[in-house]
Structure formats: structure tokens, C-alpha cells
Design a protein around this ligand. Structure first.
Ligand SMILES: [Fe+2]
Length: 259
């Protein structure tokens, strides 16, 4: 137990050194790096809470902590290189993270027995669907990281939709037009409880609908409970057109979260 804590502390220090190497005098880069650095630590905290609620053992908890901290390792290089967090116009940041992980020798700091689990969790954290053929442990940890990541992004994005004075990141750019209406293909898929593809998002309302769809993709009871307590569905719906199709979707999701 003590050794595991020590090796996580070492890895966490190494992560901070790596992130600091991207600190910049350019305010656009600096804000983006800080945003993802803080996100990584909040995802770590969410992931620990989920894993504790599921009574993960110390070995699995260690794999969860390492995976959570490193899940967005690719984001720093991505923004410094492409000035965007949009994978569609740059690179898949999860796969970029995997290459940074080995290029920067983070993998040498991870015990051999945990490496495949950490790599699986990083690789799978942003996929529409989790890869098949993962081991039970890889799957369990990947699900924790996916939930922990979604919980943090949901809170952050919802705050960004609100008035400027309550927005913690006014500099954050959605890269989608804030036009009226939405893509009805998205509401059709949501009504039939199907997942939507990020490429279907054409305006900010489509993006908000895709966030609502994430609420169906939470794996653990702790995560669903947290989504209920933080009223994510209603808080997103407040910023969407108030028509009956959307109201039905929101009601359905709220019911599913409570089951
Ligand atoms: Fe990510």
C-alpha cells in the first residue's frame, strides 16, 4: 500500500513537471493548459469517489488513479500543436496521449501488471463505445474514467452556458455557431435511446443535446446519483429550445438515471 502511494506521488510529480513544460507566455495556450491540468485533477478526484463507492481493492484503486491523472495527457501537445481541443480537426487526443505516455517514459513508472489497464482506460475514455475484448479489470477501470471525465465536463460546460459572470472559463470556445434550432436526427436518436456521433453536431444546441446523451452513458450508481444531485439534465435543458421533443427526452433520461 505504502509503495503504491509512493509510486503514485512520483507519477503525479512527473505529470506536473510535464504539464509545466507547456506553460506559455501566450495567454491562449496558458489558459488551455491550466484548464486541462485542473480537469485532470478533478477527474482524479471523481474517479477515486466512484472506485471507493464500488469498493475497489488497493491494486485497482491504484490503476484508477494513474488512469484518471493521465487520461488527457494528449491534450497539452494537442493544443500546443493545433491550438484546438477539437479532435476532428486535429488528432484523437486519447491516442495522442498513448504516444506521449511512452515518448515521455510515463509507462516506465507504471508497474507492468497495471500498464495494459491504464492504456485501455486512456484509449477508451473518449470513444463512443468501449472496445470489445477488454479484460474485466480493463473494462471496470475504463468505465470509471469515462464516468469521472463526463461528470467533470458536464459541470464545466453547463457553467459555460450560463451568464458571463458565472462562467469560470469565458475564454472557452465551443467552435460551433450559437444558432437557433437543432439537428432533428439527434433528437430522433436520443428518443430511441441511441448514442449520437460527435460529427452530427452542427450548432451549440446539438452540442448541448450530445451532453444530455452522455447522461445515458454513465456506468456506475455513484455517477448516476451524482448526475441527479447536480440536476445536470434540467440545467442543460434550461439552455435548449423548450419544445415537447426535448422535454420528453429530458424526462426519460431523468427517469433512467433514478433506476
Ligand atoms: Fe479526454
Amino acid at each position: 500500500m505504502k509503495d503504491m502511494n509512493n509510486s503514485f506521488e512520483l507519477l503525479s510529480s512527473r505529470f506536473s513537471v510535464y504539464v509545466r513544460s507547456y506553460y506559455s507566455d501566450d495567454p491562449e495556450i496558458q489558459e488551455a493548459v491550466i484548464l486541462k491540468e485542473r480537469h485532470s485533477f478533478r477527474v482524479l478526484s471523481n474517479a477515486c469517489a466512484i472506485a471507493e463507492s464500488e469498493k475497489f481493492n488497493a491494486d485497482d484503486m491504484f490503476a484508477v488513479k494513474v488512469s484518471a491523472l493521465l487520461h488527457d495527457l494528449g491534450r497539452f501537445h494537442q493544443f500546443a500543436t493545433y491550438r484546438t481541443f477539437n479532435d476532428n480537426v486535429s488528432e484523437n487526443h486519447a491516442l495522442l496521449g498513448i504516444s506521449v505516455l511512452s515518448r515521455e517514459s510515463f509507462d516506465k513508472m507504471i508497474p507492468a501488471g497495471d500498464l495494459s489497464t491504464v492504456l485501455a482506460a486512456v484509449r477508451n475514455h473518449n470513444r463512443k463505445d468501449i472496445e470489445e475484448n477488454l479484460s474485466a479489470r480493463e473494462l471496470a477501470v475504463s468505465k470509471v474514467i469515462r464516468d469521472a471525465d463526463k461528470l467533470d465536463i458536464l459541470e464545466l460546460m453547463i457553467r459555460c452556458f450560463g451568464p458571463a459572470e458565472e462562467n469560470p472559463h469565458p475564454e472557452y470556445k465551443f467552435n460551433l455557431p450559437d444558432t437557433s434550432g437543432y439537428n432533428p436526427e439527434i433528437t430522433d436518436l436520443l428518443s430511441s435511446k441511441k448514442k449520437i456521433d460527435n460529427k452530427m453536431r452542427k450548432n451549440l444546441n446539438d452540442f448541448k443535446l450530445s451532453l444530455i446523451s452522455w447522461l445515458r452513458d454513465l456506468n456506475y450508481p455513484y455517477s448516476k446519483q451524482s448526475a441527479v444531485e447536480r440536476r445536470f439534465a434540467d440545467r442543460i435543458a434550461k439552455h435548449l429550445p423548450g419544445d415537447s421533443a426535448i422535454a420528453q427526452i429530458v424526462d426519460g433520461i431523468k427517469q433512467d438515471l433514478r433506476v
